[in-house]
Design a protein around this ligand. Structure first.
Ligand SMILES: NC(=O)c1ccc[n+]([C@@H]2O[C@H](COP(=O)([O-])OP(=O)(O)OC[C@H]3O[C@@H](n4cnc5c(N)ncnc54)[C@H](OP(=O)(O)O)[C@@H]3O)[C@@H](O)[C@H]2O)c1
Length: 248
């Protein structure tokens, strides 16, 4: 049976590429966007042109009513929801309020996971997308002005990990995919302006992963047989040294 996969923040960047990869693999992909509907429609058209199926679903996931409507309309329209990819993230926006990062990167993530639990079948999967700068923020330096994002994304990861017993009891898998700075993304271009040394320092450890590499790892995490709460790392092997986690 064709899986119904919801990818949050799939109108651009890593979410958009993850949607393309999953669409090419035969899933029906629900491409969530906040405000860039036209961009989301282009992703859906790309997936359809490649022989796949996808649809758009606008929702600001920090808004509780919109988040509920997103999950309910997906499950209602397709009769099921098999995979939730928690990719949407933010907080570096120029007009963002100080508490916005926590609302988006922690509260909205756990809310969506809770809402999805009402529909995900046993064998379903939740994947949380994060950055090494956030995942390792307790032990590694964080680029200037990325601190609130790193703290909120790590808080989101921790809050989701606290839900693992419930995921487990329902037979739902939970995987975290953490990436180094990803080449060519808007976030890295922003960081390059705000803290060029931090980006240069990452490049000194080797080339940064591409959007395609990271998106493929996220797509793979929706099917791989892994232990609950397993973390997949993409690039930046030096981040985990000397205390490598999960045999990385
Ligand atoms: N870029 C990197 O170097 C890097 C490295 C490691 C991990 N990651 C992780 O990968 C994920 C994607 O990063 P990215 O660089 O591709 O991000 P991005 O280019 O900034 O795209 C963010 C996406 O999230 C959506 N979005 C933002 N706020 C939203 C909200 N309140 N509700 C719903 N959707 C919202 C945006 O939609 P609209 O455009 O419609 O507003 C957009 O589609 C994030 O979790 C990030 O932490 C990124």
């Amino acid at each position: 049976m064709q899986r119904i996969v919801l990818v949050t923040g799939a109108s651009r960047g890593i979410g958009a590429e993850t949607a393309r990869v999953l669409g090419a693999r035969g899933d029906h992909v629900v491409v969530n966007y906040r405000e860039k509907r036209k961009r989301a429609e282009v992703i859906v058209a790309d997936i359809a042109a490649a022989g796949g199926s996808a649809s758009v679903a606008g929702a600001d996931i920090t808004d509780p009513d919109s988040a509920r409507a997103l999950i309910e309309s997906t499950a209602g329209e397709f009769g099921r929801l098999d995979v939730l990819v928690l990719n949407a993230s933010g907080g570096l926006e120029r007009d963002a309020a100080p508490e916005y990062a926590m609302r988006l990167n922690r509260d909205a993530q756990t809310r969506l996971a809770r809402l999805a639990l009402e529909h995900l079948p046993a064998g379903g999967r939740i994947v949380f997308v994060t950055s090494h700068q956030a995942h390792f923020s307790a032990t590694r330096p964080v680029p200037n002005r990325y601190e609130p994002i790193a703290a909120s994304k790590r808080a989101g990861e921790d809050a989701l990990r606290e839900m693992i017993p419930e995921f487990d009891s329902r037979g739902i898998g939970f995987t975290v995919v953490s990436g180094d700075m990803i080449d060519g993304t808007i976030i890295v271009r922003l960081l390059e302006r705000r803290d060029p040394d931090a980006v240069t320092a990452r490049r000194e450890h080797g080339s940064l992963p591409t959007v395609e590499e990271f998106a493929t790892a996220v797509a793979d995490a929706t099917t791989a047989a892994t232990a609950p709460g397993h973390t997949v790392y993409v690039g930046g092997r030096d981040f985990a040294l000397p205390a490598a986690e999960n045999g990385w």
